[in-house]
Ligand binder design. Structure first.
Ligand SMILES: [Cu+2]
Length: 146
């Protein structure tokens, strides 16, 4: 038997729903995901990060915008104390610290951004491992709240 095609308003709604379902990023059923929070970090030649303390939530992804306001190269590398020690060893061994999951190395006057997802609650550090900088106090504290 023949059925009438849907009336025009219904057809329009159907198309709209189909488009929404196919939209890039698939917003659909997932909870409000509006991209990571941005946090600005400034690094200076007096071997300091500003701010020097950060608070994030476990599971949160943060987009760090790391500005080097000094004349020397500085780094912002995230990790626990053991990881910071490892970064320091790599640098003293003559190896360059790679830009990677842990953070960035930033040339003077430049800004680099990276995203970092904090897995579990606890205390982390962000350190600069240019020679003498970490030992000189170029370290920030990141508190990951559960
Ligand atoms: Cu530094």
């Amino acid at each position: 038997m023949l059925s009438r095609p849907p009336s025009r308003p219904l057809l329009v709604i159907s198309i709209a729903v189909a488009l929404a379902a196919c939209a890039p990023g698939g917003g659909g059923a997932s909870p409000s995901v509006e991209g990571p929070r941005s946090v600005q970090v400034q690094m200076t030649d007096d071997l300091r990060f500003a701010p020097a303390t950060y608070t994030v939530q476990a599971g949160e992804t943060v987009r760090f915008e790391v500005k080097n306001a000094g004349q020397a190269v500085h780094e912002f590398l995230i990790g626990d104390v053991a990881a910071q020690d490892a970064f320091e060893m790599q640098m003293s061994g003559g190896g360059m610290t790679e830009d990677g999951d842990a953070g960035v190395s930033v040339e003077p006057g430049q800004t680099e951004t990276f995203e970092y997802t904090f897995a579990g609650a606890g205390e982390l550090l962000a350190g600069c491992h240019q020679p003498g900088h970490y030992a000189g106090g170029m370290v920030a504290t990141i508190t990951v709240e559960s």
